[in-house]
Design a protein around this ligand. Structure first.
Ligand code: LHQ
Length: 254
C-alpha cells in the first residue's frame, strides 16, 4: 500500500491506495513507517519526498475500518505515532508533495514534514471535527507551531476546506504550484535540497527542533555543540576553500 523508489539521491515514498484516495489503514501506516526508516538509513538518500498516487494525497483514516469496538487512542499509539515519530525525527529533509486532497490525518502527516508543496487547487481540511473527533497524528503539536494558536484553532474548530492557494496565506505550506508544473517543481526543489550539505541539514533540524522547549542558555549551549560538529565536516571545510578560490561550493553530504 506504499510504493518506494530511490533516484538521484531522492527517495520517493508514495501512498498507494488511489481507489480510496489513499485512505490510511493499519497496513499502510506500518509500511509507511518502514519506508521512512529505510530512507533514513540509506546513505544514498539525501532527501525524502512523501506523495500520493492518483488524484489525491490522502483522505485520512479509512473510515470503513473504524468501528465502535475500536479504541481510537490505542490505534493512534500503535499505527500513527510510529509514522509521526519517523517523519519528525528524520535527519533528512522531508518534502510533503500534496498532489490533491489532504484531509484528517492525511493533512496531519504533512505537518510533521519539513516542507509542504501543494497543488494550487488541492483541497485541504483538518476535517476531524466534521466526524466528531479531535485533530490527531501530531497536528495538535505541529499546527500551532506552524501557523500560530488562533489560526490553528480556527482550522481545527471550523474544519473548513481551504485550497492550496489559501494555504499559502495561512502559511501552512511552503508554496502552491499549478497542477501541470507540480511534479517538475517538486523534483527541482528536491534536487536543490539534495545538493546541500546533508550532514549540516541534519544538525540544523536537530538544533531547531529543541528551540520551543528551551531557554536561551539551553540554545546557546546547543549551538556550541552543533557548530562544533558542522565545523568538522568535509562539506564545510571544502566550501570555505572553494570560497577563497572564488569557486562555487560542491557539497557531497559528508
Ligand atoms: C473514503 C475516505 C475515507 C474511506 C474518501 N475513508 N473512504 C481516525 C479514526 C481513528 C483513529 C485515528 O485517527 C483517525 C484519523 C482521521 O484521519 S479521521 C478523518 C478521516 N477522514 C475524513 O473524515 C475525510 C473523509 N473524506 C472526505 O471528506 C472527502 O472524501 C474528501 C474531502 C477527502 C474528498 O472529497 P472528494 O474529492 O469529493 O471525493 P469523494 O468524497 O467522492 O471520495 C472518493 C471515494 O473515496 C469515495 O468512495 P466511492 O466508493 O463513493 O467512490 C469516498 O467514499 C472514498 N473516501 N475518503 N477517509
Amino acid at each position: 500500500e506504499v510504493e518506494y523508489t530511490v533516484a538521484s539521491s531522492v527517495a520517493t515514498v508514495t501512498l498507494a491506495r488511489p481507489e480510496r484516495l489513499n485512505a490510511l489503514t493499519s497496513t499502510l501506516l506500518n509500511e509507511l513507517a518502514d519506508s521512512i526508516e529505510e530512507a533514513n538509513q540509506d546513505e544514498a538518500v539525501r532527501v525524502i519526498v512523501l506523495t500520493g498516487k492518483g488524484r489525491g494525497f490522502c483522505a485520512g483514516q479509512d473510515l470503513k475500518t473504524v468501528s465502535p469496538e475500536m479504541d481510537h487512542g490505542d490505534y493512534l499509539k500503535s499505527y500513527y505515532h510510529p509514522v509521526v515519530r519517523a517523519l519528525a525525527g528524520s535527519k533528512k529533509p522531508i518534502i510533503a508533495a500534496i498532489n490533491g486532497v489532504a484531509a484528517g490525518a492525511g493533512l496531519s502527516l504533512t505537518l510533521a514534514c519539513d516542507f509542504r508543496i501543494v497543488q494550487e487547487d488541492a483541497k485541504l481540511s483538518l476535517g476531524f471535527i466534521n466526524i466528531g473527533l479531535v485533530p490527531d497524528a501530531g497536528a495538535p503539536y505541529f499546527l500551532p507551531r506552524l501557523i500560530g494558536s488562533a489560526k490553528a484553532l480556527e482550522l481545527a474548530l471550523l474544519g473548513d476546506t481551504i485550497t492550496g492557494k489559501q494555504a499559502v496565506e495561512f502559511q501552512l505550506v511552503t508554496k502552491a504550484v499549478a497542477a501541470d508544473r507540480f511534479e517538475e517543481e517538486v523534483m527541482d526543489f528536491a534536487q536543490q535540497l539534495a545538493a546541500r550539505p546533508t550532514k549540516v541539514i541534519a544538525y540544523i533540524k536537530q538544533l531547531q527542533s529543541a528551540s520551543f522547549e528551551s531557554t536561551l542558555d539551553d540554545m546557546l549551549a546547543q549551538e556550541i555543540i552543533y557548530q562544533s560538529r558542522a565545523g568538522k565536516t568535509e562539506d564545510h571545510q571544502r566550501a570555505v576553500q572553494a570560497f577563497l578560490e572564488k569557486k562555487p561550493p560542491v557539497f557531497t553530504g559528508r
